[in-house]
Ligand binder design. Structure first.
Ligand SMILES: Nc1ncnc2c1ncn2[C@@H]1O[C@H](COP(=O)(O)OP(=O)(O)OP(=O)(O)O)[C@@H](O)[C@H]1O
Length: 367
């Protein structure tokens, strides 16, 4: 294996370069990949592409086929039909021996870190280099560089039991990067970590993605993880791709029912006491649920309702989140039309501004 020093820009190319890299050549291509276990189709004609520099999130219910998909990518599972290509090379029919060099192009991080307990952090990181036959002095030098990259330069001599969960995952990431992979696979890598440590690990992965242009495919049940670092998302349901697209688009405006269900945890709900008082009888205040994306999320909507329609409008509940740098507002708004105003006109105005606008009902007073 040809071991080059890590070349890292001091400032890094930044998000624009990352976006440009996302339009790079395919690192992974799946074409009509199917895999059955008995009667069960774990994967059903899955076709997708992951391009260089992209971070792809893979989500789905338990049993949807996420792990099978990951195992097909690293050659641990052979599809019954279809083709898997890594950097343009079809791997589905390679022998175990032919698969070895290809597997070195793929780094993997795990929920429970999978570190060797009796080896130091530096030895764990150096392990893939040892397997590749790199001399000890060189592999330990490189392990030091990698530990530096993940912010653990002073912990190389520590054993896993002496490290926190976040530090163990940093070692796992450094080890996965040791062979300079073309693709980093992450299988629930933050699921065993507390929210603060999860944030730090995601920041590290984002940083590595930007600085090294590394391509990442990550499986997670944590929708926040996808929102934080993925550029694209694939939603699996019963082994097939139910929806895929830019994270911003899919999270702001999910098309498949399964996507809306999975993302429900991110969506604010109308407070229960208010929901219980909603009726279909006109009068009082009309309660709207609105999803607003981009410019519309920042517009002075309530003031506009007052100015255009003479309506009294109040924010009941909700908030603004940032997805891939774009604001997405999910709001519940109460509108009391002035006597002259037409509620239908207000509803049409809101629909023209919102990605999604629902008139939920009416309350005599929403407060
Ligand atoms: N080796 C196997 N033998 C038999 N059935 C399997 C095997 N591996 C997976 N399956 C089945 O294939 C389907 C998809 O499983 P998979 O583990 O890929 O789903 P998943 O989305 O990763 O689920 P989870 O989120 O629970 O890990 C499930 O019905 C599972 O029971």
């Amino acid at each position: 294996m040809n071991v080059q020093p890590l070349h890292i820009d001091a400032a890094g190319p930044g998000p624009d370069a990352a976006a440009a890299a996302a339009a790079g050549p395919p690192v992974v291509e799946l074409a009509g990949v199917s895999k059955r276990f008995g009667q069960r189709a774990a994967l059903d004609e899955v076709t997708l592409t992951v391009r260089r520099g992209e971070v792809l999130g893979i989500i789905g219910r338990s049993g949807a086929g996420k792990s099978t998909l990951i195992r097909c990518l690293n050659g641990l599972e052979r599809p019954d039909a279809g083709e898997v290509r890594i950097e343009g090379r079809a791997i589905s029919r390679l022998s175990e021996r032919e698969l070895q060099p290809m597997r070195r192009r793929i780094g993997m991080i795990f929920q429970h870190f999978n570190l060797l307990a009796n080896s130091t952090a530096a030895e764990n990181v150096a392990l893939p280099l040892k397997i590749a036959g790199i001399a000890k002095a060189e592999r330990m030098r490189r392990a030091g560089e990698l530990l530096d990259l993940v912010g653990l330069s002073d912990r190389g001599g520590a054993y896993p039991a002496q490290l926190s969960g976040g530090q163990k995952q940093r070692v796992g990431i450094a080890r996965a990067l040791a062979a300079e992979p073309a693709l980093l696979l992450s299988d629930e890598a933050t699921s065993a970590l507390d929210p603060e440590t999860t944030g730090q690990i995601l920041e590290l992965l984002r940083d590595i993605n930007r600085r090294l242009g590394l391509t990442v495919a990550l499986v997670t049940h944590e929708m926040e993880v996808v929102r934080e670092i993925a550029s694209r998302v694939v939603v699996l349901e019963n082994g097939h791709v139910a929806e895929e697209g830019e994270v911003c688009r899919v999270f702001a405006d999910p098309q498949a029912p399964i996507t809306a269900t999975l993302l429900r945890s991110l969506r604010p709900e109308l407070p229960a006491d208010l929901a219980a008082r909603l009726t279909s009888t006109l009068g009082g205040e009309a309660v709207f649920r609105l999803d607003l994306v981009g410019e519309a999320a920042r517009a002075p909507l309530l003031a506009e309702l007052a100015g255009r329609f003479g309506a009294e409008a109040r924010l009941l509940h909700g908030g603004i989140e940032t997805i891939q740098g774009r604001p997405v507002a999910r709001l519940f708004v109460a509108v009391r039309p002035s006597p002259a105003a037409d509620l239908a006109a207000i509803a049409a105005f809101l629909a023209s501004r919102a990605t999604r606008s629902d008139l939920l009902g009416h309350v005599s007073s929403a407060s």
